[in-house]
Design a protein around this ligand. Structure first.
Ligand code: ZN
Length: 97
């Protein structure tokens, strides 16, 4: 018996391969038919179920680190964070004087 050929995909991205944001949900389901795949898929979805840090709406994050449900909320959150940072800096300046 000849040795098995090497896998074509050298380093599958363990974190992301099951959930590909380029597919919609039903399309995604169609790609994974075994119960094991479905269980993994579901675990991924559960793990990424988040609450938006800006509007409080529940959503499924495409990455573990995502904190906002949409670009708009991310932008609002980012603006607030910048304001907070600017305020902190201003407060620091006042305290230093
Ligand atoms: Zn939101």
């Amino acid at each position: 018996m000849p040795p098995l050929p090497d896998a074509v995909v050298e380093n599958p991205d363990d974190e992301d391969w099951l959930f590909d944001s380029r597919r919609d949900y039903m399309d995604q389901l169609g790609h994974y038919k075994t119960p094991e795949d479905m269980a993994k898929m579901e675990a991924t979805m559960l793990e990424r179920r988040k609450v938006c840090q800006w509007c409080g709406k529940p959503f499924v994050a495409q990455r573990k680190s995502t904190m906002y449900c949409s670009a708009r909320c991310r932008m609002n959150g980012w603006r607030q964070e910048q304001k907070r940072l600017a305020l902190d800096a201003a407060t620091d300046d006042l305290l230093e004087d």
